[in-house]
Design a protein around this ligand. Structure first.
Ligand SMILES: [Zn+2]
Length: 733
């Protein structure tokens, strides 16, 4: 058994043993699980260079201890050393004086029973290092170094050079030797975002090996970019594994933690990162602009898809990381709390973060303390063993990273670049609105043992899929699973090479009949025949059409039962005199519905997911929700939640029993931050199918702190919570 499968196995099978021996605090862990596997609360004070002049260690450690933290992150070094380092060119804080601030903090942290993780920064160094070690630094095409855009006296270091392998390793070893640290975290690196392109001598060697410098923008159509993507990922994973090795030289249970995150927008391969990471930290601290509130829960779903029960933390910025950002004032408390609630509900561990050792704003302190105290009081209910959901959403990572729609070169439509996350985002919103419980499954993880427990697999325009991924989807349907796919799903290889036809055309029952049409508004879908998916859409024969569609042909003999929706093509929307259909009725299918033995397969030729996200038209959401219900068939969902309001829900089997998490997003600031007030929603009725033979003895609402009446008939437990303010956890034991 590999180490990873062994740990996953233990996490899934030995829960009852763990709780018997190690009850309330996560700092004690059995020898066969690392300490961070049981961590539930994490905090960080992010020091600045001047803090050694004034930092009051005792009062800070009092504060963090009051949050009942399992682990505290404090600045060790990298850009600035907060201890008297002897590593050459490791810049000591110029305000350090005779102080060993990290040493003082380390002793105080350990004395209060908290684990200590040294927060490092590997991304920049000072000019004296640049002069002595020019090979450590990134270069522009003309050979010039790359100063930081604000702090211009710092220069960007290169991941391919010896700064990462030699200098950072020397710093880790020095800290490990002097201080009782339990792990190391690097700020900013490697991230899940775009690759960077550097022209230093080390990178030139990389380019020599792959046949030239890659394009500086994401361009998976370029052969050089493809090779660079793999070389870049390999280097990231080599550095990561190397640092894990270095930090465990002195202490076997230490850990290196990289900086990931980015929600559903990822370019780097998170599946591969998850295989190397012992602990996945999502640096996804808050939202700005018109980002939807569920951005944090989405981060949780992405991370769960690659970590499968292993440790995931998500940083919550207590400061106002909006647009613009204010580092030294607090975020709206209701927003901060909802971020930590999403972190917890999605099965991640909250990591509460403040910047600067001398705050003039103290309003954030009670926000973290209140939430963490509540977490600590109910800790066993947050030890999840598995998600209870029978719907999987394929996380289409390569499409999100690389997709350029067939509608134009570079995915440009007029002046508008296609947002490759819009397809997933539209499906996601429809699932929340329809109160569907679901998990993400990464496209590189479509193994039968992963997919087996899902009745339905939903694929929101995974245009870029490999032959092997398509084979896995086909096997899933052959084994009895049901499938929804939209738009260009499987039309391209994993790198975006167009295929002559859909790789999954046999499943969809269609072949491609031309290039993408659109984007255009004012096209329609015509209801040709009654079908269960039209429930709630009575009173019209026209439905809003997708902005983009692929012309398709069905296999001969496909009748109205499998093609209940046809395309009414675009016609002008202006001026009103011109607004009439030029082709009111066609036989071009807008969607195909098939029954293949026990499986059902639905394919939508248009981007109804993305069009829903852009338009908000509820007919499109209804169509997707009804489709999910039709795909599930007569079999009941293992968990349901009924009531008014927009909520996001997670259901977990826990060490104690079951926990149903309900996040109330019903708020005028749902899609534009910040939430400043919460608005309670009324009764929510849940039904949960539990393990057969199990009796539930008690149901409690953990946020409102009350017992809930419930009934159990066979394996079905029914419970109603009278109201949900911001967040509620219904715990069944
Ligand atoms: Zn370089």
């Amino acid at each position: 058994m590999t180490e990873m499968t062994r740990r996953t196995f233990l996490a899934a099978s030995s829960g009852s043993l763990v709780i018997a021996a190690f009850g309330s605090r996560g700092t004690a862990a059995p020898a066969d699980r690392p300490w961070y596997a049981t961590m539930r609360r994490c905090g960080q004070l992010n020091l600045n260079e001047r803090d050694p002049l004034t930092l009051d260690v005792a009062s800070w450690i009092d504060y963090w201890s009051s949050l009942k933290l399992d682990a505290l992150l404090l600045n060790g070094g990298g850009i600035v050393a907060f201890y008297p380092t002897d590593v050459p060119y490791h810049h000591r804080s110029e305000f350090l004086g005779s102080r060993d601030l990290f040493g003082e903090l380390a002793s105080a942290t350990k004395a209060r029973g908290m684990r200590l993780v040294a927060r490092m920064d590997c991304n920049y160094a000072y000019e004296d290092a640049l002069k002595a070690h020019p090979e450590w630094f990134e270069r522009n095409r003309d050979g010039s170094p790359r100063p930081h855009n604000e702090s211009t006296w710092l220069y960007k270091t290169c991941m391919f050079g010896p700064y990462f392998t030699a200098q950072m390793a020397a710093i880790y070893r020095e800290i490990n030797k002097r201080y009782p640290v339990d792990g190391f975290f690097t700020n900013g690196w490697p991230s899940t975002g775009d690759l960077t392109v550097c022209y230093c001598e080390n990178c030139q060697k990389v380019y020599g090996a792959i046949g030239g410098a890659p394009p500086e923008r994401v361009d998976a159509s370029d052969a050089g970019y493809r090779k660079y993507y793999d070389a870049y990922m390999n280097r990231v994973l080599d550095v990561w594994a190397g640092w894990q090795k270095v930090v465990t030289e002195a202490r076997a249970d230490s850990v290196y933690v990289g900086n990931l995150g980015g929600g559903i927008r990822t370019v780097k391969n998170v599946k591969r990162l998850g295989e190397t990471a012992h602990w996945f930290n999502a640096d996804h601290q808050g939202r700005a602009g018109d980002t939807a509130i569920w951005d944090c829960a989405q981060q949780g779903r992405v991370a769960q898809a690659v970590m499968r029960g292993r440790t995931i933390t998500n940083v919550t910025g207590a400061y106002s990381n909006s647009r613009p950002t204010w580092r030294h004032v607090a975020k709206a408390p209701a927003e901060t709390t909802m971020w930590m609630a999403q972190t917890t509900a999605s099965g991640m561990v909250p990591w509460f973060h403040w910047l600067g050792g001398a705050p003039e704003d103290s309003r954030w302190e009670s926000v973290g303390r209140d939430f963490f105290s509540w977490l600590a009081a109910h800790e066993s209910h947050f030890r999840n063993q598995r998600s209870i959901a029978d719907v999987a959403v394929l996380y289409p990572q390569r499409t999100i990273a690389f997709y350029r729609s067939g509608a134009g070169p570079h995915g440009l439509h007029g002046n508008e670049r296609v947002q490759t996350t819009d397809y997933l985002q539209g499906l996601y919103y429809a699932l929340l609105d329809g109160r569907v419980f679901f998990d993400f499954v990464h496209e590189d993880d479509l193994r039968p043992d992963v997919l087996r427990r899902y009745r339905v697999l939903l694929i929101p325009n995974a245009a870029y899929l490999s032959d092997d991924q398509c084979r896995r989807v086909r096997e899933y349907v052959a084994a009895g699973g049901s499938l929804l796919a939209t738009f260009e799903t499987s039309r391209y290889s994993e790198w975006g090479d167009p295929r002559p036809d859909f790789a999954l055309g046999d499943l969809f029952g269609v072949s491609a009949g031309g290039d993408v049409v659109g984007p255009t508004g004012n096209s329609y879908m015509r209801i040709e025949a009654p079908h269960p998916v039209m429930a709630g859409l009575e009173g019209t024969t026209l439905l809003p059409g997708p902005e983009q569609r692929l012309p398709i042909r069905t296999a001969s003999g496909a009748g109205p039962a499998s093609v209940p929706l046809t395309v009414v093509p675009y016609y002008p929307a202006f001026p009103p005199e011109m607004v009439f259909p030029r082709a009111p009725k066609t036989d071009e299918p807008a969607a195909v519905f098939r029954e293949l033995g026990p499986s059902r397969v639905v394919y939508f030729a248009g981007d109804i997911d993305r069009t829903f996200w852009r338009s908000g038209n509820p007919d499109l959401a209804r169509l997707m929700q009804n489709t999910v219900a039709w795909l599930r068939g007569a079999r009941r969902a293992p968990v349901t939640l009924e009531g008014d309001g927009i909520v996001e829900s997670f259901a977990w089997e826990t060490e104690r029993g079951y926990a149903l998490h309900v996040l109330n997003y019903t708020n005028p600031n749902m899609t534009r931050g910040f939430i400043t007030k919460t608005y309670a929603i009324g009764p929510q009725k849940a039904q949960l199918e539990i393990a057969s033979g199990r009796r539930i003895a008690s149901v409690r609402a953990l946020r409102s702190g009350r017992s809930l009446p419930f009934s159990q008939q066979g394996a079905i437990v029914t419970v109603e919570v009278p109201a949900v303010t911001d967040y509620e956890v219904i715990a069944l034991t």
